[in-house]
Design a protein around this ligand. Structure first.
Ligand code: COA
Length: 186
């Protein structure tokens, strides 16, 4: 049955995005490359990243992950960036894209040595600005109610708290209630 409403976002607007996205003199969001494999393996050695992102990452898994993020970008399914601070690898920012509805869902982490300096909020703000420029009208994110630093990131970038999804996120230690945050723009 034909849709009555055209997709909100044109995939060509996503795939044609000039890269990298520069936040300011010191922070950049850039596409993933095979040379990030070592940094990814090191990042997932951090218990907090492994716990909240519920996966392992050895070298083979990291190579497959980079390839899948590159493919997802080309197919306009995810906007997925490595975050660099002063040219050093500092983290990950991903938007899962829903072109039909014009919404995106953010996920992020920063490496332990980059934490506490506002890298995640600035990278999230840049991703949101990109999303609104590209035609998305809403960006949302979810975090476990036990992940206070992530809640602070969301609130600091203007993501309103929209409620709690009970027992919605499965982690290694069981089901967690998940906070839903959203920002509607531009
Ligand atoms: C949550 C996370 C992305 C925050 O990134 P960040 O770049 O440190 O962001 P900020 O610098 O704004 O710090 C956010 C909060 O982390 C806390 N924090 C500060 N320094 C910290 C440190 N050295 N280590 C851990 N947390 C710290 C603070 O509570 C801060 O909130 P505040 O600014 O209101 O005091 C990062 O801690 C992380 O990657 N954690 C593990 C993975 C994760 O939780 N991902 C999100 C899943 S939803």
């Amino acid at each position: 049955m034909p849709a009555e409403i055209e997709p909100v976002v044109d995939p060509r607007a996503v795939v044609g995005t000039p890269q990298p996205i520069l936040v300011d003199g010191s922070l950049a969001l850039r596409p993933w490359r095979v040379s990030d494999v070592g940094s990814l393996v090191t990042a997932y050695a951090d218990p907090a990243i492994r716990h909240w992102h519920t996966r392992t990452m050895d070298a083979d898994e990291a190579r497959a992950w980079v390839a899948s993020e590159q493919a997802a970008w080309q197919e306009a399914r995810r906007a997925s960036w490595a975050v660099e601070q002063e040219t050093l690898f500092a983290g990950r920012m991903t938007l899962r894209l829903n072109l039909a509805g014009g919404t995106a869902e953010a996920a992020y982490w920063t490496v332990p040595t980059a934490r506490g300096r506002g890298v995640a909020p600035r990278a999230l703000e840049a991703a949101v600005a990109w999303a609104f420029r590209t035609g998305f009208h809403r960006v949302e994110l979810q975090h476990s109610t036990r992940n206070e630093p992530s809640c602070r990131v969301a609130l600091s970038v203007g993501f309103a708290a929209e409620g709690t999804r009970r027992a919605a996120g499965l982690h290694a230690d069981g089901w967690h209630d998940m906070h839903l945050h959203g920002r509607v723009g531009p």
